[in-house]
Design a protein around this ligand. Structure first.
Ligand code: GTP
Length: 597
């Protein structure tokens, strides 16, 4: 296909505004499934893949479209993840295409996620076509929403397309707009190969599959290729496109998007954003802006049942095969036994991995406090990268400690601004900028990453009723007055609960931790002191009173079902407990105790 007849695009939308429904409609209305038999074929291919347990991870599809002018076009749609943890991946996939459809629910209007993603599209120099969806609904108000798009985002929405992805109204117009309003890709056929590694995933039958966008040159089956950042060399085994099932092609040329397989062993050997070229006569200039996605949030994962340690190792190794941005190493904790110290891109990433281990591998986990990497400068001039607060050296040997800082950009409707500023202040944020864009405030803050990893995002969403959008980038390290706070339960330090805090906030955090633990740890037959300490000095203390009677005693012996319920509840509670010395601590205590209200 000549470059002039290729269009590459992504769809930007807030959750539930109709991105998937629209994508399905576009697929259905192109030549791909015009004939009934072809439609069945396509579904068959996908069913087989599903039966074989292949996850169709690539939400990428190549469509053939005959436009109203009679010309044949190739349309490539790339899906993008929507969350801030994966902002880097989004920005890469945006750079693999030239345009975006901005889908806005015309009954709702512009919302938080729309903004963060549309700014990524603008950054990538996309041509943007606004699409007002759900016009079949009575509450639809296209004029209001178009005006809002112009005010808030600042792009022309006068020729926004009015669509119902549900009924099919406006789909033809959308396809025509893709052809006529989005630019064709640029690229040089005769230049040395330059392709972008857009995404990669593990397929149990094919091994690692790599999604590529060819910038210049041509890639064929059998080619010897080189990844410019990692330096790894491979032979291309298979090359093809998604329609949406995998279909082999002879080669991919400039402007095209497709996949390759090349006997790559693990996903971690492929770096999103890397440049792929030929081993011989390759290009010297890699695509700009490559940065490896590195884990920034660390926590310990331990099996509740220590007999499941090997199962946990197995689960983690399998998950890591398919997720290059997740790191792990073995860890031993005095309190929790054997487990793993794992690194994640952010809190959502952490939660996704933890949930998958619990659900897919059926292993109950204790998750320790998320932490960032601190630089600990010792008095003897050496520097330690501290991944785990439990490993903090004796303070008398420490010269100073540095922590990672971020630049956070928050967009929020005016009415919630006060709460957002307070939240940032509470988290030791320094305001850098405050501006207004079409009825919305944009606050830019310099914040310590460790104040953000616990529950900042949750808090932000809750104080703004979901209307804030948040994005951040790491800025580097800065020295501050940081100390390790230990938590002692029944006079024993629980290493998994120790954390790094700012000295000025230590008392407050210590008190809140002790109060929470007092509520979370059930009463025992004896009194349990819960203390927070810095070095040897206790800074906060609570006491869990001793249990005097059987829990069912207060049911006056009468109601048997109630009694049973209470006992069942106790048993269920027990299951997730972990013993520390003589004290049972429930699993949820490790995360809950750290949340700041
Ligand atoms: P996520 O996948 O959760 O991000 O959502 P999405 O943006 O892909 O939205 P999806 O396509 O799943 O649509 C969300 C809901 O809106 C679904 O219940 C759709 O059936 C419905 N929907 C999508 N388009 C239309 C439309 O044009 N009209 C009406 N009435 N409903 C629609």
């Amino acid at each position: 296909t000549p470059l002039s007849h290729i269009r590459n695009f992504s769809i930007v939308a807030h959750i539930d505004h109709g991105k998937s429904t629209l994508a399905d409609r576009l697929i259905q209305s192109t030549d791909l499934v015009v004939r009934r038999d072809m439609k069945e074929q396509m579904l068959d291919a996908m069913d087989i893949e599903r039966e074989r347990g292949i996850t169709i991870k690539a939400n990428t599809v190549r469509l053939d479209y005959t436009a109203e002018n009679g010309e044949q076009y190739v349309l490539n749609l790339i899906d993008t993840p929507g969350h801030v943890d994966f902002a880097y991946e989004v920005s890469r996939s945006m750079r693999a295409v030239e345009g975006s459809l901005l889908v806005v629910d015309s009954t709702q209007g512009v919302e938080a996620q729309t903004l963060a993603n549309v700014y990524q599209a603008i950054d990538a120099n996309h041509e943007i076509v606004p699409v007002l969806n759900k016009i079949d609904l009575p509450a639809s108000d296209c004029d209001r929403v178009a005006e809002q798009i112009e005010d808030v985002i600042g792009i022309d929405a006068s020729d926004a397309i009015r669509v119902s992805a549900k009924t099919g109204v406006g789909i033809k117009e959308t396809l025509e707009a893709i052809v006529h309003r989005l630019p064709a890709p640029r690229g040089v056929e005769d230049a040395p190969l330059k392709a972008m590694l857009v995404d990669s995933w593990y397929d149990s039958y094919l091994g690692v599959v790599v999604l590529v966008r060819i910038m210049d040159g041509r890639m064929k089956k059998g080619d010897q290729i080189r990844m410019m950042q990692t330096g790894a060399r491979y032979g291309v085994d298979r090359i093809g496109v998604f329609r949406p099932a995998m279909e082999n092609v002879d080669s991919l040329g400039p402007g095209e998007i497709g996949f390759i397989t090349a006997s790559i062993k693990q996903v971690r050997d492929t770096k999103v954003g890397d440049t792929i070229t030929h081993e011989k006569k390759g290009t010297d200039t890699a695509l700009p802006g490559f940065k490896p996605s590195v884990p920034v949030v660390f926590c310990g994962l331990f099996p509740v049942d220590s007999a499941q340690f090997e199962d946990l190792r197995d689960a983690i190794e399998k998950l890591a095969l398919n997720d290059a941005s997740f790191s792990y190493e073995m860890e031993t904790s005095a309190a929790l036994g054997f487990g793993f110290r794992c690194g994640f891109l952010g809190l959502l990433h952490l939660e996704v991995i933890r949930d998958r281990i619990e659900r897919e591998y059926d292993i109950e986990l204790i998750t320790t406090a998320p932490s960032v990497i601190y630089h600990v400068h010792m008095k003897d001039g050496t520097k330690i990268d501290l991944h785990n607060p439990a490993d903090m050296p004796d303070p008398s040997n420490v010269d100073f400690v540095e922590e990672p800082r971020i630049k956070a950009t928050i967009l929020v409707p005016d009415e919630f601004l006060g709460d957002v500023l307070k939240l940032c202040q509470d988290r030791r944020g320094l305001q850098e900028d405050l501006t207004y864009v079409g009825g919305r405030a944009m606050a830019v803050y310099d914040l310590p990453l460790n104040e953000v990893v616990f529950d900042f995002y949750d808090r932000l969403k809750s104080v703004t009723k979901g209307y804030a959008s948040f994005d951040y980038q790491l800025m580097g390290y800065r020295q501050d007055n940081l100390v390790k706070m230990s938590i002692l339960v029944n006079d024993e330090p629980v290493d998994a609960l120790s954390m790094m805090v700012h000295r000025d906030r230590a008392e407050m955090r210590g008190r809140s931790m002790c109060e929470k633990l007092k509520d979370l740890i059930p009463r025992h037959m004896f009194k349990i002191p819960v203390q927070a300490a810095i070095g040897g000095k206790v800074i906060a203390r609570e006491t869990i009173a001793a249990l005097r009677k059987d829990v069912t005693a207060k049911c006056y012996g009468g109601d048997a079902t109630r009694k049973r319920k209470l006992l069942d509840k106790q048993k269920a509670g027990k299951k997730k407990m972990r013993q520390f010395g003589k004290v049972d601590i429930p699993q949820e205590a490790f995360i809950s105790a750290l949340k700041m209200d």
